[in-house]
Design a protein around this ligand. Structure first.
Ligand code: MCN
Ligand code: CUM
Length: 777
């Protein structure tokens, strides 16, 4: 017997009732009496001394009430703030600006327009300084030191390594075939529909600070605000209302948030700050920017041996990456991917440059995108060198289903997988053998067609508290569940949906566990005054952590409910079984009580001595990460005359274990594939030698529209996670992680007759044309 909206049903999203009517409440919809507006003065220079900031004219602009500078913040010890990676970051500068578009001062006014006029009237006297854009140059001995405030007088932030360096080097030396490639994964930025912003309201009477804020992690923000600003935590309320896309870009604390709080304190009014699109693109947390050298070894017949990876990570002027504290390069060491290497070694060096800070954000699962891209690219380059079909090379090497749980060469324990199954299914769907035949014929005619595979392994669900924390906060998550007398439910969570559909899918987990229709279950997130503590939504962790907490809380409720049902049925609790979503007397299916009947009794007719009420809380600390995976195959045609790459077909087989809502998962995969396509073909933010951002507006930061986006063909296999209560793994980032390598592998496959092994993304027509031209095609 199924329950309405139980696990596996493609019910429509509950939240869409308000979204499609334009009735969502986003931060910019919050309007409070007496609210003021904040706008920010930003630096035109990438590196400069600030000689003077003259605010006189700005203060005369009608409607302008205050101008805030770094030295105003210094008095409150707020000119700098700590980053998540134990570095520090300017809220507003006192002496120097470090990147173009950095916040320099803030204007508070009674309208958004007056604030903007005020910004235009602030006069800043800069003295330009030498700019460092290339992280490799930043490491040269004569490079200007960008962070003299740090004890170590060097632009090198940290070195991090994992694995067996000597063993890997030795094994590579002994390997019959070795290939090595330099791969650059450029800076990209999330372009959510909604930019970042907040409304800060510090009530002068109660002393309570309420901040409506575009954040993916409201509880963590509350604690960080308490620790940094010294405010009592119960007097801070962070509300993350509806969010128009996060994708990682709404994890960091941006200076604008802090300045808005200070402005509210200073003026005694609520203050709103909303970024515009260019500010969002130019100053917010970036993703990628990894300069990677990968080397892979194999035997002549294609058995993989060892993997060695060196990386320079460009962090901009401060290390403000959002990673679990123990991992400065995120989970990059998932880079051995779907393969059982005997030896592997990875090292990463973090470097300062004159660029905006950040790191990891953009549907990445903590640098898993970089890892999956590198391993899936280098395996293809190896196949090319071996003269072996890339599908064959993968099938020969994949970790076998019976080897799970599998310990990777870099120390992760993969929970479950069936990589052969996913790749074979994708090959069947796309008609792999026929495509290869077609390719052979086309090659004879001089036409360029390519087929690319990506068989990625993800790692999501941070995480087990023994390994995963952010600034010491353990990365569990939570569900608080209460059943009302009439059998209706409210459940609150420590995570925060930004479009993923949590109001629907959490209700589905609870419906399945409680036998109560999903329509009768309200889900709330994002208000720290009401939701249980949790670390928030990113790294596809909500299903592995808070989703599991939903199951565990429901099972606690069921334990109590069993006693009430036994009382109602006048049997011993041991005589009951939970079957078909109700408590039944064993062997007497007609004698049963539903959860709704039990709920009413929990408030009206309890067994003697039992506390009234029916509720439970679960803080779920997962025993392991979950390891979703997939195999993607892409077929491209390239126009020799123009270098234009056309994705003809793209087949994606994903496996995220038990699926809660197939329609939502398909939506996640479609969106993720489109973002992966964007990274592979279009998006890049780069800098000229003076540190001017190229790609700071949508005129030249290219997003895919429906016109460019290929038609996605999706399918699934189901390999449940053995340690998750319902066997689910995360899926929110899989497609963005897996897609780019499939596309680039297809392009390189098309170009392989010319001996081309790599073109760095984005694969623009110009880059392709240039290579073809150089090779005389
Ligand atoms: N789901 C499911 N069955 C599974 C796994 C997931 O039905 N086996 C559902 C979940 O219940 C949830 C959705 O799929 O509704 C995504 O779940 P999960 O993989 O747990 O990821 P999170 O909810 O933690 O979302 C975070 C993830 C990340 S990190 C980025 S980045 C990203 C992504 O989600 N940002 C998004 N997808 C996004 N989608 C939208 N619309 N907006 C964003 O900002
Ligand atoms: Cu790295 S983007 Mo998501 O983890 O919010």
């Amino acid at each position: 017997m199924t329950v309405q909206g139980g696990i596996g049903q493609s019910i429509k999203r509950k939240e869409d009732a308000r979204f499609i009517r334009g009735k969502g409440t986003y931060v910019d919809d919050v309007k409070l009496p007496g609210m003021l507006y904040l706008d920010i003065v930003r630096s035109p220079y990438a590196h400069a001394y600030i000689r003077n900031i003259n605010i006189e004219k700005a203060l005369k602009v009608p409607g302008v009430l205050a101008v805030i500078r770094g030295k105003d913040l210094e008095a409150a010890n707020l000119a700098w703030m700590p980053t998540l990676m134990s570095d520090r970051q300017m809220v507003l500068p006192i002496e120097r600006v470090m990147y173009q578009a950095q916040e320099v001062a803030a204007v508070v006014a009674d309208s958004r327009y007056a604030a903007a006029d005020g910004v235009a009237a602030v006069e800043v006297d800069y003295e330009p300084l030498p700019v460092v854009v290339d992280p490799r140059k930043a490491l040269e001995p004569d490079a200007p030191i960008l962070r003299p405030d740090r004890e170590k007088k060097t632009n090198h932030i940290w070195h991090w390594e994992v694995g067996d360096r000597k063993g890997t080097e030795e094994l590579l030396r002994k390997s019959e075939v070795v290939v090595k490639e330099n791969i650059y994964i450029p800076r990209i930025l999330v372009s959510s529909i909604e930019t970042c912003g907040c409304v800060a309201d510090l009530d002068p009477v109660s002393g309570k600070l309420t901040v409506w804020m575009t954040t993916q992690a409201p509880h963590a923000i509350r604690t960080v605000f308490a620790l940094v600003a010294g405010l009592p935590e119960h007097k801070i309320r962070i509300i993350s209302p509806d969010i128009g896309g996060g994708f990682g870009g709404k994890v960091p604390v941006y200076p604008g948030y802090v300045i808005a709080v200070v402005a509210s304190l200073k003026t005694g009014h609520p203050v709103k700050w909303i970024e515009d699109r260019s500010e969002n693109l130019q100053a917010d947390s970036f993703a990628r920017d990894y300069h990677i050298t990968a080397e892979i070894g194999a035997t002549k017949d294609g058995k993989l041996t060892a993997l060695l990876v060196k990386t320079i990570a460009d962090h901009g002027y401060t290390d403000a990456a959002a990673n679990p504290s123990k991992f400065p390069a995120g989970l990059f060491h998932i880079i051995t991917g779907s393969y059982p290497f005997a030896k592997a070694f990875v090292e990463v060096d973090g470097v300062y440059t004159n660029k905006p800070p950040g790191g990891i954000a953009y549907r990445c699962s903590f640098r898993v995108t970089e890892a999956a891209y590198t391993i899936e690219r280098i395996v293809d380059i190896l196949a090319q060198k071996l003269g072996m079909d890339p599908a064959e090379l993968r099938l020969r090497n994949f970790i076998r289903p019976e080897e799970f749980p599998f310990k990777s060469a870099l120390g992760w324990t993969y929970d479950s997988g069936n990589y052969h199954g996913a790749l074979r299914k994708a090959m069947d769907m796309i008609g792999y053998d026929e495509l290869r035949k077609e390719q052979e014929e086309k090659r004879k005619r001089g036409e360029l067609m390519g087929i690319g595979i990506s068989s990625f392994t993800e790692i999501v669900g941070a995480g087990p508290s023994h390994t995963f924390d952010i600034l010491g906060l353990k990365m569990f998550d939570s569900c608080e569940l209460r059943i009302h007398p009439t059998g209706k439910v409210i459940a609150r969570f420590g995570t925060k949906s930004q479009g993923q559909g949590h109001e629907t899918t959490y209700a589905q987990i609870l419906a399945e566990e409680l036998g109560i229709p999903a329509d009768d279950i309200a889900v709330e997130e994002g208000d720290t005054d009401t939701a249980p503590y949790g670390l928030g939504t990113y790294a596809s962790r909500s299903t592995p952590t808070a989703g599991a907490a939903a199951s565990m809380a429901a099972r606690k409720v069921r334990d109590k409910a069993r006693g009430i049902a036994a009382h109602l049925l006048e049997v011993s609790p041991d005589d009951l079984e939970w079957k078909d979503h109700k408590f039944q007397v064993k062997g007497v299916p007609g004698k049963a009580k539903t959860m709704q009947e039990v709920a009413f009794a929990a408030y009206t007719n309890l067994p003697p001595g039992m506390e009234p009420g029916l509720e439970a809380v679960s803080y779920y600390d997962p025993p392991n990460m979950t390891y979703p995976f997939g195999s993607y195959i892409c077929a491209v045609d390239i126009d020799k005359e123009t270098g234009v790459v056309k994705v003809r077909r793209f087949v994606a087989v994903d496996d995220c274990g038990t699926i809660i809502n197939p329609m939502i998962v398909e939506g996640q995969i479609h969106g993720g594939l489109t973002m992966g396509f964007a990274a592979a073909m279009l998006e890049e933010i780069s800098y000229d030698e003076n540190g001017n951002a190229w790609g700071g507006t949508f005129m030249d930061y290219l997003l895919p529209t429906a016109v460019e986006t290929p038609k996605w063909e999706t399918a699934k296999t189901t390999t449940p996670s053995p340690h998750h209560p319902i066997g689910a793994k995360g899926v929110g980032e899989s497609a963005t992680v897996g897609a780019p390598a499939a596309i680039v592998n297809a392009v390189m496959d098309a170009l392989s007759p010319y001996g081309v092994t790599n073109i760095d993304i984005p694969i623009t027509p110009w880059k392709v044309w240039k290579v073809l031209h150089e090779k005389g095609a």
